[in-house]
Design a protein around this ligand. Structure first.
Ligand code: NAI
Ligand code: HPV
Length: 528
């Protein structure tokens, strides 16, 4: 069955070619659907691709029983119920780089239009009025541009504004003096930026912390006759406060590309001659739309095909050079989690993961996610994935600790997972051998050398002559072929283990017979 992808907002035809041409993908394009219409069809789809119009609500996601990925062809994901997606294990990815330049250029267009009142003059001329008195503008030259949010777009705006000989003062919690100097701009706190600027432009995301970042109190700090721009998100600037600041002449003009509620029609701000506006057009260029559609299509395809991807919004981002190094350990880490889930009895309470050898130099957080995924998926099934595994563990009060240990115990890399349940504590260690693949090298105190793959039988027994032979004979009699066998013991005659790899799953009664053999303490079948 091909993967079904729903594209619910207008996207560049050229940009989505990779999806249209993929043999394992069926693309459906339906823009302008109501939430009810989306709810009625979403269960059919493996992937959903949106821009800013489609509201991906919690309710919509509750109907999305097959959905694996939501692709946002753009930057802002404030139209997507991220927490709900995370809890349901749906990866949310965006295309953060493709529309930076277009949005920065749109901001510059707005800045120039605002300073010279071009839209107002244009409107009058279109009404056949030749008015040369009402539209005296101000120069940008030598003026101070305050930038709130100096990320990708803010930084591109700064570069361009410098070309107009503007002084730039910026606030961003991640901006350092050093970076500001490199960009040739001045770094200041928010209040200073607001107080010193002639033009203020916001370029933050819309978050809980940035909602109404600019409100009544902030307008009071500004210069008389300041100009305001918002080409980021409606809601960063409090629209009521802006209305009042324009009415009482604090603000001489405002340029808005975005509104708290879109589409914004019959909006009080649009009635003010000081306000110029566009209908959320920052990213609407041929180039930006093609870029974001290409980026998001590739990412969605990778996720559907279980291949590595990078721009996940609801996962910690891992730089690609680190991802490349930890990726070879993905299967091993998941298998170690799954191995322990099958070996232990009782309710998991604590997972302790230790990384040693080369792994101490890497960001191992993705591996920890995989261990948890492997561990929980054994009990919780397909609902667990890389995205929601830590969340599901937290919901079950399972504590997770991740440590790095410089003692490599003779292995160039080693992952040791300890699982504490309400009944026992068990440990397994695994390593990745250069060119030979992964191995389980220790279970509890027993050293072994087992490929973690396929059907395994784990047997605890007393180290006595004849036990191994009896196990082999019993399995042979029941037509169970042993592919590999490993034995491990702590002391001669003491507790010992046997790990067998068998070609096909053994029947339950065979395992029960095994458990009844003399000297056998218990038998566990493990599938990896
Ligand atoms: N009008 C349009 O069509 C478009 C609008 N956007 C909007 O622009 C926003 C910014 O986009 P990018 O520059 O690509 O994102 P970015 O993530 O590169 O930059 C955002 C910056 O805001 C900063 N920030 C966060 N909280 C802040 C605060 N309280 N005060 C000051 N700075 C704060 C962050 O540290 C970051 O550096 C997007 O989130 C999106 O909402 C993006 C593309 C098109
Ligand atoms: O990328 C963003 O955050 C945007 O706001 C662009 O929105 P759009 O894709 O044009 O609906």
């Amino acid at each position: 069955m091909p993967f079904k992808v729903l594209i619910s907002d207008p996207l560049s035809d050229d940009g989505i070619q990779v999806l249209l041409q993929a043999e394992d993908v069926e693309v459906h394009r339906q823009s302008g659907l109501s939430e009810a219409e989306l709810c009625s069809i979403i269960a059919d789809f493996d992937a959903l691709i949106v821009r800013s119009q489609t509201q991906v609500t919690k309710d919509l996601l509750s109907h999305a029983t097959k959905l694996k990925v939501i692709g946002r062809a753009g930057v802002g994901v404030d139209n997507i119920a991220l927490q709900a997606a995370t809890e349901l294990g749906i990866v949310v990815i965006n295309a953060p780089d493709g529309n930076t330049i277009s949005t920065a250029e749109h901001t510059m267009s707005m800045l120039m239009s605002l300073s010279r009142r071009i839209p107002q003059a244009y409107l009058k001329l279109k009404q056949n009025e030749w008015d040369r008195k009402s539209f005296v503008g101000v120069e940008l030259n030598g003026k101070t541009l305050g930038i709130v949010g100096l990320g990708r777009i803010g930084a591109e705006v700064a570069k361009r504004a410098k070309g107009f000989n503007m002084q730039i003062v910026a606030f961003d919690p991640f901006l350092t003096q050093e970076k500001a100097e490199k960009l040739g701009i001045r770094y200041a706190g928010l209040e200073t930026v607001l107080a010193e600027a002639d033009f203020i432009t916001v370029h933050t995301p819309l978050l809980k912390e940035t909602k109404h970042l600019i409100s009544h109190k902030q307008f009071e700090l500004m210069k008389q006759g300041v100009h305001i721009l918002n080409c980021a998100r409606g809601g960063i600037i409090d629209e009521d406060a802006l209305y009042h600041a324009i009415m009482n002449k604090k603000v001489a003009g405002a340029a808005l590309d975005v509104f708290e509620i879109e589409p914004a029609v019959n909006h009080p701000l649009l009635e003010l001659p000081e306000v110029i506006a566009t209908p959320h057009l920052g990213a609407s260029t041929v180039e930006a739309q093609e870029n974001v559609a290409i980026d998001v299509s590739h990412e969605v395809l990778h996720i559907l095909r279980d291949l590595p991807f990078k721009n996940a919004v609801n996962l910690p981002s891992v730089p690609s050079h680190i991802m490349k190094k930890v990726q070879p350990f993905f299967v091993l880490s998941e298998n170690l989690g799954s191995f322990l889930a099958q070996l232990t009895i009782g309710a998991p309470q604590e997972i302790d993961i230790q990384y040693s050898g080369d792994l101490t130099e890497l960001d191992v957080a993705p591996l920890t996610r995989n261990v948890i995924k492997g561990l929980l998926a054994y009990h919780l099934g397909y609902q667990v994935n890389y995205v929601n595994a830590p969340h599901l563990a937290k919901l079950r009060d399972i504590t997770i600790s991740e440590k790095k240990n410089t003692l490599n115990k003779g292995f160039t890399n080693l992952i040791t997972v300890e699982l504490k349940t309400n009944q026992e504590t068990r440990t397994v260690s695994g390593t990745l051998l250069n060119g030979l693949g992964s191995r389980i090298v220790k279970v509890d105190e027993f050293s072994v050398d087992v490929v973690p793959k396929g059907h395994l039988i784990y047997i605890c027994h007393q180290d006595k002559p004849g036990v191994i032979g009896r196990v082999g004979t019993l399995l042979g009699t029941h037509d169970v072929n042993i592919a590999t066998m490993q034995v491990g013991r702590a002391d001669v005659g003491g507790a010992a283990i046997m790990m067998l790899t068998i070609d096909k799953q053994a029947r339950k009664e065979v395992l029960d017979h095994l458990g009844e053999l003399e000297e056998i303490v218990n038998v566990t079948e493990i599938d990896l």
